[in-house]
Design a protein around this ligand. Sequence first.
Ligand code: IMP
Length: 192
Amino acid sequence: MTDQIIFVTRNRHKVEEAAAICAPRGITIVQNDCGYPELQDDDVARVAAYGAEHVVNRLNCAAIVEDTGLYIDALNGFPGPYAAYVYDTIGNAGILALMRDIRESDSDDRRATFRSVVGYCEPGMAPITFEGAVTGRIAYEERGEGGFGYDPIFEIDGVAFALMGDDAKNKVSHRGRSFTKFAEWFLKHGEA
Ligand code: IMP
């Protein structure tokens, strides 16, 4: 039997990554691009929970949303939950410019963490969230053509996400971890 879940997002890259995690577990991701209001909040988990509740009230069936934040240590956690706005305004070049004088040393580093939260909701139920995080580094320059968003400047062990295929990225990424947690829970929930 195949389980289905509606994923409300306009981002096809997120859908492809989520599908690669869910399909081997027998879960089909169905994209819906109806959109939803993004809560302005410091906590991506609250943003995801709010979004999930909103889409379920609109669609009247179970659905998920996913929200990502990027937290750069040397910038005191900027852009955090405002990663989309910052990407759309200053982009990767702007982040690299802000980090120009930050070099790897004992007192300074270019560490950054992605947090992904999947928000699940169904009619008559409070939203549930599933979180995944990965810590890597902001590179000194953009590299790679793959992926999306900050992928060309976010690297793990010296390899930018944009240089990994979806499978390699999913094995270590924030979204790989949040969707793995969601998929395992969803299968058990379906049996209950
Ligand atoms: P949101 O979850 O769509 O609000 O994403 C926030 C911002 O982070 C957007 O600019 C995305 O393009 C970017 N982003 C989300 N996930 C990833 C990722 O896996 N890699 C690189 N950038 C990402």
